[in-house]
Write a protein that binds this ligand. Sequence first.
Ligand SMILES: CC(C)(COP(=O)(O)OP(=O)(O)OC[C@H]1O[C@@H](n2cnc3c(N)ncnc32)[C@H](O)[C@@H]1OP(=O)(O)O)[C@@H](O)C(=O)NCCC(=O)NCCS
Length: 178
Amino acid sequence: MPTTFPLPSYEHARRVVAESADLPPAPASLLRVRRAASSDLDDLVALEQRSFNSDRLSRAQYRRHLDSDSALVLVASANHRHFLGNAVLFFRKGSGAARLYSLATQPEARGQGVGAALLEAAAEVARRRGCRALRLEVRADNHSAIKLYERLGYRRITALAAYYQDGADGWRYEKLLD
Ligand SMILES: CC(C)(COP(=O)(O)OP(=O)(O)OC[C@H]1O[C@@H](n2cnc3c(N)ncnc32)[C@H](O)[C@@H]1OP(=O)(O)O)[C@@H](O)C(=O)NCCC(=O)NCCS
């Protein structure tokens, strides 16, 4: 049985206009964010492969994160069980900051608000768990992700030299949660 995301407010309505033929046939559908279940593992691993060339989460890591109290995997869907994107959040005991470790949208669903909905849900979960900030790292050359983070109120706090497996630089961003 898939786990239903426990906080109904994350199922807030967002209209996703399906401009791509690969999306569900309805012209518009309700975008929901829920907690991932073990039945999502295949989709999580497939999206990871499609979205990242390095620093990928493995199937075993995803399986561990699904079962962990210090991690939360979120899935965005439109219509029944459709898998449009995911986010991975980490929490550390005693830390007031949660970490958004991963965010990805299916390539054919990008540019339609899925990433923003996942980010908003991640911030809301972190806030409800008592965190005062949400942090994330992003490759310095990932312009679309950086644009999205800055639009949603994340600010650059640290430069990360040669941070990624392939030697690319990155930035750490933070959003204060009130
Ligand atoms: C970064 C990413 C998660 C954004 O997801 P998304 O669902 O496209 O996000 P949104 O639709 O909410 O916002 C994307 C922005 O790009 C614009 N955009 C338009 N067409 C787009 C397209 N075809 N592809 C990507 N972005 C597009 C959107 O309008 C939006 O701009 P805005 O911020 O000015 O409104 C997604 O591009 C992705 O999965 N990239 C590969 C993995 C990755 O880099 N993850 C981030 C790691 S830090």
